[in-house]
Design a binder for this molecule. Structure first.
Ligand SMILES: [Zn+2]
Length: 440
């Protein structure tokens, strides 16, 4: 005789076409961010489906958050299914936004075509496939009729690709990711069907500005170029800081291994006059307004510093400020300003946390192998859940190959959709307390 768990797994196997179709439907809603297209349509598509399955559905627009407007409302959906007995709540959080399609596609980016056992399209892997798996997992649990205690929640949230401030950030500040409402969170980002992502490196984004003295461009010796000063700073970043960071490694299992050190990227640099694109007409005259000849009195650069668990934010900033102060002492005329843009500290959920343990056992049961544990080089919405929600029991786990995210011909494997739905369902049985109630 089949056990209740075996029946549940068979039920999910039978939903193979359904999870495929759901992924296709989601991909066909082009929720491109920026600017944040079709959020409303996507949130309602998810909400209306879940309402039919017995979820209480709430739409939460992040009014007044960055990017929110009547033409591009930041609309999130949060759905909750309440079990019949007390227990804990498992929440599946997926971002509904995707990055632009870009070029180089052989499949229709928003067509959701099926070929080679995969669904192709922008967002299949990052992360509408994971969203579809979590929906199918919860629907299978509810349809099974098992007496599940606690609650199941599914959210579709906006703007993860641009920091998540109008999405999970907005909801977490309002208690949607805190106890006693929620106890365990699984974020179905595309980390791979047998990998559990425990957290991410930290990030500091800052802007550095150098100043000079404006003068006529034909007599630069009468002024002082902010661009020359900035280039002295960037030279130090490249010759001193970046080699030092390369030698600073972490014990956390960051993937890919190249990111198991601290890193610095120079995101942008702007100095002097506003950029224009110049061309000459047939007479050799400029077609756009020509610049006025001036020595740049300001130059700004945006730095993206990713730091490891073994570092702290204050030291990360101080290291850069020390270099700037050194230039101020040694380089005539050098002066600077520095501003924080955004920062998040590294997060790492302990390996023995309930959500890690339950997911690991589910992976072993469904796939017949032990999971691997990883950490992410970049942050994702876990940062808001840990910081604003004060909830530590959170992982990223979902179908798809991370390297395909944001690439042309992005896809997700259909077998992976089915397997991860099974794993999410089994983990939920454990985390809500059903498994314990059966054992008792
Ligand atoms: Zn993602």
């Amino acid at each position: 005789m089949k056990s209740a768990v075996e029946h549940l797994l068979a039920r999910i196997d039978a939903k193979r076409d359904e999870v495929t179709a759901l992924t296709q439907d989601l991909v066909r809603i082009p929720t491109v961010n920026p600017p944040g297209d079709a959020y409303e349509a996507c949130a309602h598509f998810i909400g209306e489906r879940l309402a039919k399955k017995g979820f209480a559905v709430e739409y939460v627009r992040a009014l007044g958050a960055p990017g929110d407007s009547d033409s591009h409302p930041r609309t999130n959906v949060v759905a909750r299914w309440q079990g019949g007995a007390p227990g804990e709540c498992v929440h599946f959080n997926s971002h509904i936004d995707v990055v632009e399609a870009g070029s180089g596609w052989t499949y229709e980016p928003f067509g959701g075509q099926v070929a080679n056992g995969r669904v192709y399209g922008r967002g299949t892997c990052d992360m509408k496939g994971g969203l579809a798996s979590s929906i199918i997992a919860c629907e299978a649990l509810i349809e099974s009729g098992l007496p599940i205690p606690g609650a199941l929640e599914i959210s579709g949230t906006v703007d993860e690709e641009s920091g998540g401030f109008a999405g999970v950030g907005y909801l977490a500040e309002r208690g949607y990711f805190s106890k006693p409402r929620v106890h365990h969170v699984i974020i179905p980002e595309p980390l791979g069907v047998d990998r559990i992502c425990l957290g991410h490196r930290g990030v500091w984004w800052g802007e550095v500005e150098t100043w000079g003295r404006i003068a006529h461009g034909s007599m630069p010796f009468l002024g002082d170029s902010a661009i020359n000063h900035m280039s002295a700073f960037i030279h130090l970043l490249e010759t001193q800081l970046q080699p030092r960071l390369q030698g600073r490694s972490t014990a956390e299992p960051v993937e890919p291994p190249g990111a198991r050190v601290s890193t610095l990227n120079i995101n942008s640099i702007h100095g002097g006059q506003v950029e224009q694109h110049y061309a000459n007409d047939e007479r050799g005259w400029p077609t756009a307004q020509t610049p006025a000849p001036v020595v740049a009195h300001s130059c700004r650069t945006v730095l993206d510093r990713r730091f490891i668990a073994e570092e702290n934010l204050e030291a990360v900033k101080k290291e850069i400020i020390d270099m700037l102060d050194e230039l101020k002492r040694t380089r005539p005329g050098f002066d600077y300003g520095i501003r924080d843009i955004m920062s998040f500290v590294p997060t790492a959920t302990p390996k023995d946390a309930p959500v890690v343990d339950a997911t690991a056992r589910a992976i072993a049961r469904v796939l017949g192998r032990e999971p691997s544990y990883i950490a992410s080089p970049g942050t994702y919405d876990q940062k808001h859940i840990v910081r604003s929600g004060q909830l530590k029991d959170c992982i990223a786990y979902g179908p798809g190959i991370l390297d395909l995210a944001h690439q042309p011909d992005e896809y997700v494997g259909i077998q992976e959709l089915v397997d991860s739905a099974k794993i999410m369902a089994l983990a939920s049985l454990d985390l809500t307390g059903w498994s314990r109630s059966v054992a008792a």
